[in-house]
Design a protein around this ligand. Structure first.
Ligand code: NDP
Ligand code: 8X3
Length: 258
């Protein structure tokens, strides 16, 4: 294996208790990065940290709870505060019914989690990176940002925000030395669908039935690639999907005349 051009010393991962977060933690631990693992479930964070052979600092918060996020980040000891890589990964889809039949509370939860929280955490960590003239923010978006699908409505829109926010950050950060990347995966088998279908394991399993989805580790490979490039090299967007997936045709309503 060739040596990476660069390895971030301190990596903060949101949603470290989930499929992607876990895979990111394992990959960066293997590279020797120190990890700030954040999540809602301290038990899961402790189990993950115990399985990793690298120093970990654990922060428990719901990303939507701004005072809790602010307090947690402010509590970082000096030797953990200079974050080199922020991975904004915590997120979710809720439901896939048509928009007109959807639960508006689910919409609000997706926007609060996928967008508002991501912007707040970025806003809290970014000034330090700019001061240090060094850092990288990797936002986990989705193919849903570019390819809308039936029942995707707010989830697709929330991920379009993530992609566009990432690109707009790039515009502001020229000359600061801070990198930003939007990583946009398609179908990846994790608990994502179980969460989307609110614990309906049978419906979640159907999403991945008889096909070969990507794995969280495949996504981690992409994230590690962009994060370990030489600091002069910014990947703006990475769009990945399983070989078994591809864009579909636009929908057409047909009603025979007469
Ligand atoms: P998981 O459900 O396995 O993980 C989601 C993670 O986000 C969990 O750690 C979860 O924590 C955390 N999270 C959700 N809401 C909150 C919250 N309010 N506060 C703190 N943490 C929260 O799914 P994935 O690993 O697949 O998803 C990770 C990201 O990747 C998401 O942003 C998702 O939208 C995106 N994505 C997923 C794809 C897929 O097909 N799997 C494809 C493209 C993008 P908790 O366990 O406490 O709920
Ligand atoms: C998750 C992928 O296709 O379910 O972001 O929206 S998809």
């Amino acid at each position: 294996m060739t040596q990476p051009a660069y390895v971030p010393k301190i990596v903060l991962i949101t949603g470290a208790t989930g499929g992607f977060g876990n895979a990111f933690a394992r990959r960066f631990a293997a590279l020797g990065s120190k990890l700030i693992l954040t999540g809602r479930d301290m038990g899961k964070l402790k189990d993950l940290a115990a399985s990793l052979n690298t120093p970990c600092h654990l922060l428990q918060f719901d990303v939507r709870d701004r005072p809790a996020v602010e307090a947690a980040l402010a509590s970082l000891p000096a030797d953990w505060a200079a974050i080199d890589l922020l991975i904004n990964n915590a997120g979710l889809a809720l439901g896939q019914d048509p928009a007109q039949k959807s639960n508006i509370d689910d919409w609000v939860t997706m926007i609060d989690t996928n967008d508002k929280a991501l912007a707040v955490i970025t806003g809290l960590i970014l000034p330090g990176m700019v001061d240090r003239r060094h850092g990288h923010i990797i936002n986990i978006s989705s193919t849903a940002a570019s390819y809308p699908y039936p029942g995707g409505h707010v989830y697709c829109a929330s991920k379009a925000f993530v992609t566009q926010f990432s690109l707009a950050l790039r515009a502001d950060l020229i000359g600061t030395g801070v990198r930003v990347t939007s990583v946009e995966p398609g179908m990846v088998q994790t608990d994502f669908s179980l969460v989307r279908f609110k614990g309906d394991a049978e419906r979640a399993a159907k999403v991945y039935a008889d096909t070969v989805p990507l794995t969280a580790d495949d996504v981690a490979e992409s994230v590690v690639w962009v994060a370990t490039l030489s600091p002069h090299f910014n990947v703006n967007r990475v769009e990945i999907m399983p070989t078994t997936q591809g864009p579909g045709a636009l929908g057409v309503h047909r009603a025979p005349k007469g």
